[in-house]
Design a protein around this ligand. Structure first.
Ligand code: F6P
Length: 331
């Protein structure tokens, strides 16, 4: 009989991301393999407050790896957001003997985790968001799948846009960060990208660029617009009015959050999930698991919140150069 080393709970929180299931599976199976009882919490932090907490077996996480979404369900909890909610959640964890809580989510979920740690709960975060907007890590679970989903959709849009010689404004997710837009800008060869981090709302410059692209012979154009800039319908109308080029807006929306996770998301999620248990086993407290310099690593949660992330200027420049028509001028 193996003695139980402790109890670990795992939850998914905030917007779902493809690969979250792979991370949960890795936490559960590594936890069991290392001698822990692992509990699955349903519906994010609400699940602690409502005691939706279930002991997981190896078999409970079978057939989950290849599916998008999160089988634990997810939520953004208004009760937990208040101090009183966090105090209550910490008291429930202590009563149930849960020593460590693994939170798979984005920035908002990590803020909740950081504040929960003040009430004496050991929290370990795994970055799960399609937005790639977490400063301490170069990789977040779900980004790879989401960006590939958006890229495929934009490839399709480009075909119809080309047939009709139109301009397409396509809005991709990322309320407060433009990484999906930046990547699609490069991967789809967009003629322009609008990122909230860079765009100064100067529509006249954009219109000028679209006009000169058309004059230079571009039959159709794709403008990738980040959700944080938004107003895609309005933008499409203004472009059409100013350029005379028929323009359509498409908002890809939540379809970017679903779908079977890519190999990269499955592998990184699995490794990060296992790593989360490893650092618990090493006695580490209040850490976030991340990926930097080609390696999985962990960082103190308070320290991680001091870090800032900015759009890679070089990637942005490349996207712009590759999308703007220019030719050699004869001397
Ligand atoms: O998870 C991140 C994200 O997909 C953002 O890109 C988007 O702005 C937001 O979540 C949408 O959230 P909700 O699912 O609540 O509409």
């Amino acid at each position: 009989m193996i003695e139980c080393k402790g109890k670990i709970a795992v939850l998914t929180s905030g917007g779902d991301a493809p690969g979250m299931n792979a991370a949960v599976r890795a936490v559960v199976r590594t936890g069991i393999a290392k001698g822990y009882e692992v509990y699955g919490v349903r519906r994010g932090y609400n699940g602690i407050l409502n005691r939706e907490i279930k002991l997981m077996t190896f078999q409970d996480v079978s057939e989950k790896l290849q599916h998008g979404g999160t089988f634990l369900f997810t939520a953004r909890s208004s009760e937990f957001a208040k101090d009183e909610g966090k105090r209550k959640a910490a008291a429930i964890c202590k009563e149930l003997g849960i020593d460590s809580l693994v939170v798979i989510g984005g920035d908002g979920s990590f803020t909740g985790a950081k504040n929960l740690s003040k009430y004496g709960i050991n929290v370990i975060g795994i970055p799960g968001t399609i937005d790639l907007d977490i400063a301490y890590t170069d990789y977040t679970i779900g980004f790879d799948t989401a960006v590939n989903t958006a890229m495929e959709a934009i490839d399709r849009l480009r075909e119809t846009s080309n047939s009709h010689e139109r301009c397409s404004v396509v809005e991709v997710m990322g309320r407060s960060a433009g990484y999906i837009a930046l990547w699609c800008g490069i991967a789809n060869g967009a003629e322009a990208i609008l990122l909230q981090e860079k765009y100064n709302n100067d529509i006249s410059a954009l219109i000028g660029q679209i006009k000169s692209n058309r004059e230079a012979g571009m039959t159709h154009q794709v403008i990738v617009n980040a959700e944080g800039v938004g107003h895609s319908e309005e933008l499409a109308k203004k472009i059409e009015e100013a350029t005379g080029i028929e323009t359509r807006a498409t908002v890809l929306g939540h379809l970017q959050r679903g779908g079977s996770p890519s190999a990269r998301d499955r592998v990184y999620a699995s490794v990060m999930g296992a790593y989360a248990v490893d650092i618990i086993d090493q006695g580490k407290k209040n850490r976030l698991v991340g990926y930097k310099g080609g390696k999985v690593y962990d960082v103190d949660i308070e320290e991680a919140f001091q870090m800032e992330k900015t759009i890679d200027d070089y990637q942005y420049e490349v996207a712009n150069i590759l999308g703007t028509r220019c030719e050699y001028k004869e001397i």
